[in-house]
Design a protein around this ligand. Structure first.
Ligand SMILES: [Zn+2]
Length: 393
């Protein structure tokens, strides 16, 4: 009886140990996890690049269409100008014809008014002359009238043509503004894609080095990729975390927020500590430097979101944690460096001239447990938002 109970208890005990191990293992990252993530990151970088290409070609197409529409408007405007010139020509020709008629009649010494033809006819010397004169008059007037009539028709046609061209210009201008709206949208999404690509690429490059550094450590210890980092690498033991700066104030909390420079809601995955540029930044707990994102020039606003970033891996009560330090003005550690809470990992940055995801000098400090971001306030005591602190704990 006693033996049976002991056996059941032992089984429960073993199951518990096994379960807690499974839990611990699944929560702590393995090298294989990092390699899998790296492959995904690479696919993301490529997908963004492909999308960028696609948007770029759409932009080119619209720009071409904008050019040809503007040309079309120019053509119509020239057409109107030429048509107006033709109308002016016909109008002056009509005037000329009128003068010609008047001159001709004057030459024949006939007065103006309605009686011109009659006077001309009655002045005929003979019936033959009368017939001849009337025929000449009739022909001349008919000919000139026809010419004038023709020109009036031409003027009408030109005015219609001008109206049509005006309509075409209106339609082209409507198309132009529509194309411009589309172009603006494409350009905006292009800007986002450029930033996304920059961020994804910077993170991918840093992750690639991170994986290479762990690979080296795993090889030294002869560990399979499927073993957790904590079970293979000598990640220093720590009891908990302390503040990463000796002074400062929380200027932004962990949680969903409207991003000040990206302009949409997303998780602010750490706390922002307001500190002047070049404030020493310490490791929040003993650990090993696991990942570094280094930007070419931290004084250029166009560097990737977060700029210079240092990631430190920790072992706290058997669990794997990573602390993240963003917007650093300078970095003073290397991959695989062991650090303590007394180690300066870099100097703070975050001023306006820095990466595009920051608007003022501060340290963005985040904590991950396994691969999930957690609220740093759950691990470190910080005064309420806006209140200054003057020590590490
Ligand atoms: Zn932040």
């Amino acid at each position: 009886m006693f033996k049976k109970a002991a056996k059941v208890l032992f089984t429960i005990f073993i199951t518990f140990i096994f379960m807690s191990n499974v839990f611990a293992v699944s929560n702590n990252t393995t090298l294989k996890d990092l390699k899998d993530k790296l492959a995904k990151d690479k696919a993301t970088v490529n997908a963004i690049a492909a999308k960028q290409k696609q948007v770029q070609s759409s932009i080119k197409k619209i720009e071409k269409e904008l050019g040809s529409t503007a040309d079309e408007i120019d053509k119509c405007e020239n057409g109107i100008k030429e048509s107006k010139e033709r109308v002016a020509f016909y109008e002056s020709e009509i005037e000329n014809k009128q003068i010609e008629i008047d001159n001709l009649l004057n030459f024949l010494q006939l007065s103006d008014g309605e009686n011109v033809y009659l006077e001309y006819i009655f002045k005929s010397k003979s019936f033959t002359d009368f017939i001849y004169r009337s025929a000449v008059i009739e022909q001349l007037t008919k000919y000139n009238d026809e010419l004038i009539e023709q020109m009036h028709v031409l003027i009408e046609e030109n005015k219609k043509e001008q109206a049509n061209l005006e309509k075409q210009i209106e339609a082209s201008e409507a198309l132009l503004s529509k194309l411009n709206v589309t172009l603006k949208k494409y350009n905006l999404s292009m800007d986002d894609l450029v930033d996304d690509h920059k961020d994804a690429k910077a993170d991918y490059e840093a992750s690639k080095k991170e994986v290479a550094a762990y690979e080296k450590l795993y090889k030294e210890k002869n560990c399979p990729d499927t073993i957790a980092i904590l079970d293979c690498v000598d990640v220093p033991y720590a009891d908990g975390f302390i503040r990463p700066t000796a002074k400062g104030a929380i200027t932004s909390e962990y949680g969903m927020r409207y991003h000040p420079t990206l302009h949409y809601y997303r998780l602010h995955n750490g706390v922002d500590i307001g500190v002047p540029t070049n404030t020493p930044v310490y490791a929040s707990a003993a650990g090993i430097v696991s990942k570094i994102t280094k930007v070419a020039n931290p004084n250029k606003k166009n560097s990737s979101c977060g700029g210079n970033v240092v990631y430190v891996k920790h072992r706290v009560k058997g669990k794997e944690y990573t602390t993240i330090y963003m917007h650093l003005h300078s970095i003073s550690v290397k991959l695989n460096d062991f650090v303590t809470t007394a180690s300066v990992i870099g100097k703070s940055g975050g001023g306006e001239s820095y990466d595009y995801c920051t608007t003022g000098p501060h340290l963005h400090f985040g904590i991950m447990q396994g691969s999930n971001y957690v609220n740093p306030r759950n691990y470190i005591s910080f005064p309420s938002k806006g209140k200054a602190f003057t020590s590490r704990w």
